[in-house]
Design a protein around this ligand. Structure first.
Ligand SMILES: Nc1nc2c(ncn2[C@@H]2O[C@H](COP(=O)(O)OP(=O)(O)OP(=O)(O)O)[C@@H](O)[C@H]2O)c(=O)[nH]1
Ligand SMILES: [Mg+2]
Ligand SMILES: [Zn+2]
Length: 298
């Protein structure tokens, strides 16, 4: 019997495929193996069901992918929740902008999540409001959550329906804590530093996808690291800063890089507080980083 399903896990020599008839342990048909395309979690496949109990099958066809993230390997991911905090750990706007940049380069829809709202008082709440203003004005979607009180968890669940989503964020922001609220019957290591640099630990582990009852999947990665922001030519960096890219063409010089040149439209918006200084600084930082990378390696 031919059925289709979603690869949710890669094991040593098998793939676990989530189908309308439950999870099926599959091998790959020889002809498909020869195509050199490595299957991974998130792939939509057709399979021949060769045994009912236990369910076993052979994957025959791979459907076209809408996206492919390589490290860790996940296909068809479309949304990433960027988990961040105002306190413990303290707000880190550069990291937030790095995550936003990476998500957009990979064509994933970013959702900014401010977690640990329960810890915030007076001044911190002002900081939260200011930060939310910066990012909501640009057009990013924002959710406030607390893994301690459950605030906002339903909002995350709603946004997850019928998509493959993943959580990203620095260590300690509460990714595992939030995942454990979405999937109460699974166990996650909480408060357990999964790698200080965010490197190394992620590269060897395979991603699993957890199916949601209302449809859709959430990828269990130890936190999409995005440690290195993906390379783009420096002139394209601005395309991933929506509030800056819409000003292209308004500067005096066509090749303005918006680093203090005379007649720079972005400079004047900065002076009128229309653009957040941190965003402009991070734009310049990424611009310079990409330029350096191009000179060194390309
Ligand atoms: N007060 C409060 N504490 C939280 C909240 N979310 C997580 N924590 C705590 O923050 C610490 C880190 O949480 P984790 O869920 O392990 O963080 P993580 O993002 O998975 O961290 P890594 O796995 O190292 O990347 C734990 O001690 C949690 O109990 C929250 O909303 N409020
Ligand atoms: Mg964790
Ligand atoms: Zn300019």
């Amino acid at each position: 019997m031919q059925i289709s399903g979603r690869i949710i896990e890669e094991q040593k020599s098998f793939f676990i495929v989530n189908t309308g008839c439950g999870n099926v342990r599959c091998t790959i048909r020889g002809a498909l193996k020869k195509t050199k395309t490595k299957l991974c979690a998130g792939d939509l496949v057709d399979l021949d069901l060769i045994n009912k109990t236990p369910p076993e099958g052979v994957i025959t066809t791979l459907h076209n992918r809408t996206s492919l993230l390589k490290r860790p390997a996940v296909a068809n991911l479309s949304q990433v929740f960027i988990i961040t905090t105002i306190k413990t750990p303290p707000l880190d706007l550069e990291s937030l902008d790095r995550f936003l940049f990476s998500a957009q380069v990979y064509n994933l829809k970013p959702v900014i999540v401010f977690n640990k709202i329960d810890l915030l008082k007076d001044q911190d709440l002002n900081c939260l409001k200011k930060t939310e203003d910066i990012y909501s004005r640009i057009g990013y979607q924002i959710i406030e959550t607390s893994a301690s009180t459950g605030l906002g968890v339903n909002n995350i669940l709603q946004l997850c329906a019928d998509k493959i989503s993943a959580f990203a964020g620095l260590s300690g922001v509460g990714k595992s804590s939030l995942l454990s609220l979405l999937f109460p019957d699974k166990t996650f290591r909480i408060g357990d530093v999964s790698g200080t640099s965010g490197r190394g630990t992620h590269t060897t582990t395979n991603v699993s996808l957890f199916p949601l009852i209302q449809g859709g999947y959430v990828a269990d990665t130890p936190g999409l690291s995005f440690v290195d922001i993906p390379y783009v030519p420096e002139t394209e960096v601005i395309h991933y800063f929506p509030e800056l890219v819409c000003r292209i063409g308004e500067c005096r010089f066509n090749d303005c890089i918006h680093d203090g040149e005379p007649g720079c439209a972005i400079q004047s918006l900065l002076e009128q507080n229309q653009i957040a200084p941190s965003r402009h600084q991070n734009y310049l930082k990424f611009y310079k980083q990409m330029k350096e990378q191009r000179r060194q390696y390309r």
